[in-house]
Design a protein around this ligand. Sequence first.
Ligand code: V47
Ligand code: SF4
Length: 359
Amino acid sequence: MINLETISAKVRACQRITPDEALFLFSSGDLLAVGELAALANERRNGKNVYFNVNRHINPTNVCVNRCAFCAFSRTAGEDGAYTMALDEICRRAREADDEGATEVHIVGGLHPDLAFEFYEEALRAIRHTAPSLHVKAFTAVEIEYFSRISGLTIEQVLQRLMAAGLGSMPGGGAEILVEEVRRKICPEKISGERWLEIIRTAHLAGLKTNATMLYGHVENTADRVAHMEMLRTLQDETGGFQAFIPLAFQPENSALKLDITGTSGVDDLKTLAIARIFLDNFDHIKAYWIMLGEKIAQVSLAFGVNDLDGTVVEEKIGHDAGAQTPQALTKEGIIRLIRKADKIPVERDTLYHPIRSF
Ligand code: V47
Ligand code: SF4
């Protein structure tokens, strides 16, 4: 019999919960009980420390051949609002980030029909030349697969070439919901969930750390969310290459997904983050992406199992094109204040979670 008491006993005894138990937690009306278990699981791993990093996002192009139904960021080539940065624009942003104390640039973009693979290699080399100490976290599994298609190289060769040019790790985007039935509805042109996992496995085996995201709050149901997390948990058992899990709350404006929804609720956000913390017992870090959640829910999530707050960001396009009402950037001081007021210890980290300084 599954109930809160049996799940609670398991979490307290550091035992793994089953997908059915995670599903039960989603159906539970007792948000605080779920949050308390998540907070316990988190404190065992991370104490009162909450990580943040000083980073800048760069999206070199919004031109994309996939045109996923949920994405308000992408454009078709030649369409109004389509843009592609020149190498020196990408570099200027990286240099600014470096000058302003960032330790990381986070680079993702659309699948451009005309840019060659060498453009991306060149961009990495140019950034390394301009700001050698910046860590470059770049390209989702979806982009890596596209680079392999346009270059004729294998996934391993693409990764080796990018690493030689300066790639340090990979973000977790493109995962959406890994269940095929959901992908058919929200991103039919995108690589399959199975292929996403295969590319991430290859990256982990090549020595790259990655993150994993989950886009929730659209057509999926809670069983899809649990199935998604189970696939990640299984791969993490195998490779240990995931650093953080990042649930992304769907921003519904301007997308082709004609849903009669106003975005996720605060309760759903907190519950999803908390269940992720409990279910993903082999992930060290559960990250709140304040851009999609709002600063206040992101802050409250620190009492619901979250131990990582992303980031200074500086210039955000993907969520804001889809109607996110959050600012474009938080200052380092702003993040420190949010964490302190949640009665936690702010720890600035680098991309690979080495602490730089506690506040
Ligand atoms: O893959 C697109 C998502 C992702 C919308 O790894 C949307 O550290 C909400 O992956 N509403 C890109 N989400 C962002 C991303 C990310 C962000 C922060 C940190 C990290 C990390 C990764 O954004 C896409 C897609 O899943 N997305 N459109 C939308 N309307
Ligand atoms: Fe392209 Fe990524 Fe947007 Fe899909 S989510 S349309 S792959 S930029």
